[in-house]
Design a protein around this ligand. Structure first.
Ligand SMILES: *Cc1c(COP(=O)(O)O)cnc(C)c1O
Length: 433
């Protein structure tokens, strides 16, 4: 199996090369050159999540040096539960796929932990220590820091905008120490991203550090996200012989693209509907075929505040024909008022407490059902509501119990360095040991 750039099908690399590079030299994203084909009966009932993951990902690693390590990699990465919970009080058949039982209580743990387990096994280009540089506006930095914490030979540097993430997110970014350096930058997320780009281009840093990124466009974060769609769809298909439909909170489209790939290779997945917040680039595009990226708008579902979703490039590579693409997925946009109302209503009527991101999917479920949609719907829950207690608690009127994994992190001391928005400040921070 080879991977090619979305911008040049002649540029071919192996899986470990695609993971190590992150982005193709021409600025394109890596996609599998061809997709394997599976049938539901290939997968034994009752398999553990790591065993299912190993079987599912094996064809994507065929011929690569990572192939022989997929057993230990998947056991290391998927060491927490992925429950599919029936939503008994719902107006029509529905379940919740809970993706928030990992160390940082959001679905990004799946991708980050798989990526870390892979990177650890890819031989270095030099004997310099490898440093993963991440600019984060919230969840990604925490998941990456947690995944790489204490991995031998790898350092992590996380940059986040001081005062612009939630208290609990800031704590998850700064509680690590050891091989993780956290920089609270006196600026915005855009400043953090610019500083990371400048660091990659800096000759002085290149002398001392082998720098790489772990952002969501890395194909090593997408492949593992297919695993939970495989698990949930196979479980429901075995029960009913029917394909369940999925509603997915979407920002950069990484999570959604994994579902689309999972269906494309033959897993029993029916409709895929994306739920977005007030950032409507995707919903508008599916409506009228015009791709109009725009600056992002701040919403309550902040991890989905994306005006120019980068994975669109992969989606269009898979379905170049717009009319065909339109038949492959739907999208519906949910504003902040609807997010608040859904959190309040579903707490009372369904006994479910949603995070603001999951609430967009729950709202879209209500819309679909009121328009007569049939079948079994899976609401994909991307984060634990306790991460966003300041938004959720006023709506439900009581405190949300904190899951033990999250509580552990919230009690650790914070270790971070405050820096200015300059490359010099970042360089000094990185070079100081
Ligand atoms: C990142 C994130 C999303 C959006 O996922 P994409 O892969 O960017 O579409 C949704 N919900 C939560 C909680 C997230 O952290």
């Amino acid at each position: 199996m080879h991977y090619t750039s979305t911008r040049n099908s002649q540029h071919r690399v192996t899986l470990s090369q695609a993971i190590a590079q992150g982005i193709a030299p021409d600025g394109g994203l890596y996609v599998p050159e061809s997709f394997p084909h599976v049938v539901p009966h290939d997968f034994p009932a009752g398999a553990s999540v790591p065993a299912l993951a190993e079987q599912l990902i094996a064809p994507f690693a065929a011929g690569d040096l990572l192939a022989e390590f997929l057993g230990p990699i998947t056991r290391e990465a998927f060491d927490f539960p992925v429950p599919l919970v029936p939503l008994d009080a719902a107006p029509s058949p529905a379940s919740v796929l809970e993706l928030f039982h990992g160390p940082t209580a959001a679905f990004k743990d799946f991708g980050a932990r798989f990526l870390a387990a892979c990177m650890q096994r890819i031989p270095r280009r030099s004997n310099k220590r490898l440093t993963i540089l991440v600019a984060t506006s919230g969840d990604t930095g925490g998941a990456v820091a947690a995944a790489f914490h204490r991995k031998p030979g790898i350092d992590v540097a996380v940059l986040y905008p001081k005062g612009l993430v939630s208290q609990r997110q800031a704590q998850q970014l700064a509680c690590w120490g050891d091989n993780v350096r956290t920089f609270s930058v006196r600026g915005t997320f855009d400043d953090c991203q610019r500083m990371v780009k400048e660091a990659f281009a800096d000759a002085a840093l290149a002398q001392t550090h082998e720098l790489t990124s772990a952002n969501s466009i890395n194909v090593g974060r997408l492949l593992p996200q297919m695993v939970y769609y495989a698990k949930a769809s196979l479980e429901l298909w075995r029960e009913s012989g029917k394909r369940p439909n999925f509603i997915i909170p979407a920002g950069n489209l990484g999570n959604s693209l994994a579902a689309i790939w999972a269906r494309h290779i033959g897993l029993p997945i029916g409709e895929i509907v994306l739920a977005t917040n007030a950032n409507q680039t995707i919903a508008d595009f599916l409506d009228n075929g015009e791709w109009r990226p725009r600056p992002s708008i701040a919403t309550l579902a902040s991890a989905m505040d994306v005006g120019n979703p980068s994975n669109m490039e992969r989606l269009r590579a898979l379905h170049p024909d717009f009319a065909e693409l339109q038949t492959q997925l739907g999208a519906s946009s949910v504003d902040d008022i609807e997010i608040r109302n859904t959190i309040r209503r579903d707490a009372h009527e369904l006994g479910q407490i949603w995070c603001p991101h999951t609430a967009t999917a729950a709202k879209v479920y209500r819309r679909l059902v009121s328009r007569g949609a049939r079948g079994h719907w899976v609401i994909v829950s991307t984060a634990h509501p306790a991460k966003f207690h300041d938004i959720v608690e006023p709506q439900i009127g009581h405190a949300i119990p904190i899951p033990p994994e999250l509580a552990k992190l919230l009690n650790l001391p914070r270790q971070e360095t405050e820096i200015d928005t300059t490359l010099a400040a970042l360089r000094a921070g990185l070079q100081q040991s």
